[in-house]
Design a protein around this ligand. Structure first.
Ligand code: 13P
Ligand code: SF4
Length: 305
């Protein structure tokens, strides 16, 4: 079965747009209408004129698209594509955490459920977190959830003190400082580029830190020819497409694998994408009250970006 041809035909039949994250497998990125980071995908979802949004990413990303587009059909190839950050920050304990800090301004990473977003003052992504936290009134204390590593990075960049929820990404947490230092010795001319979900000792080894989109843009504009990429390896596909002459080395995780892939993101396949468009399921639905409660902090993020 030629899934690619089938997907392209269904895209026309449904007047659908396929939005894909950089961590999707290459074939999915190639068939997508738009490939981006969390912020760019949310902005595309907000602006699209398509009737159907097919979201190739993880659950919280499709949920974000639905919060912004309550009247559109939002499909995702695999409903089980979760995220360790979102999954380990359940709304009940998060509400209790917030109640222990009643005077704090609640800044929540987009890698969270709609129910957690609904308990927040503003949402951030890795590309705008520093900018948005810097905009929080100086006299307000800040609570940041759920990624403690991104939170620490933002604290360092902004000089703002923040109470952190102790969450972490199961993929970025696996990068090994020791292996990275070894790689740097083997490739002394390479630029080390890292996602801010990595732990502080790994970030300390990086020449450039940014969201997936910012990392990609850096590889295009930098005069360097070689890059050690300290994030999910899927992004290397776009890096190679944009700079065919440059070399990209995936940083190894500390588990014996050669490169680091997100098991949630990789649940999506071309076959599941084809089937979800053909059958118009699985679809992302949200109770209207929850959607409305999650909309305000998300809209604030898009305005503050
Ligand atoms: P970006 O917004 O940088 O694409 O990050 C999303 C993500 O899930 C990182 O692990
Ligand atoms: Fe979540 Fe980490 Fe996967 Fe990103 S890479 S979706 S933060 S588990």
């Amino acid at each position: 079965m030629d899934f690619e041809a089938g997907i392209r035909q269904l895209k026309r039949d449904l007047n659908a747009v396929i939005l894909a994250h950089y961590y999707q497998e290459s074939e999915i990125q190639d068939v997508a209408d738009f490939v981006g980071d969390s912020l760019a995908l949310a902005q595309q979802a907000e602006q699209t004129k398509a009737d159907v949004i097919v979201f190739c990413g993880v659950h919280f990303m499709a949920e974000t698209a639905k919060i912004l587009n309550p009247d559109k059909l939002v499909l995702l190839p695999d409903l089980d594509a979760g995220c360790s950050l979102s999954d380990r920050c359940p709304p009940g304990p998060f509400k209790a955490f917030r109640e222990r800090h009643p005077d704090h301004f609640v800044v929540t990473y987009v890698n969270s459920s709609a129910a957690v977003k609904a308990l927040s003052d503003v949402i951030v992504t890795s590309s705008n977190a520093v900018k948005i936290v810097a905009r929080v009134p100086a006299d307000r204390k800040i609570l940041f959830a759920p990624d403690q590593h991104l939170g620490r990075y933002v604290m360092k960049q902004t000089g703002r003190d923040m109470v952190l929820w102790p969450g972490a990404c199961m993929v970025h947490e696996l990068f090994s400082e020791k292996k990275l230092v070894q790689l740097k010795v083997e490739h002394p001319d390479a630029d080390v580029i890292a996602h801010p979900e990595c732990e502080a000792p790994v970030l300390a080894q990086a020449h450039f830190i940014g969201s997936t989109k910012q990392l990609l843009e850096h590889t295009v504009t930098s005069a360097k020819q070689e890059f050690i990429v300290v994030t999910e390896a899927g992004i290397i596909h776009q890096m190679q497409l944009r700079s065919p002459g440059k070399t990209f080395i995936p940083a190894p995780p500390d588990n014996g694998c050669a490169c680091n892939e997100c098991p949630h993101m990789r649940l999506n396949t071309m076959e599941k994408l084809y089937r979800c468009m053909r059958d118009q399921t699985p679809r992302l639905d949200l109770p209207p009250a929850l959607r409305q409660a999650a909309y305000a902090p998300l809209k604030r993020m898009l305005e503050w970006s």
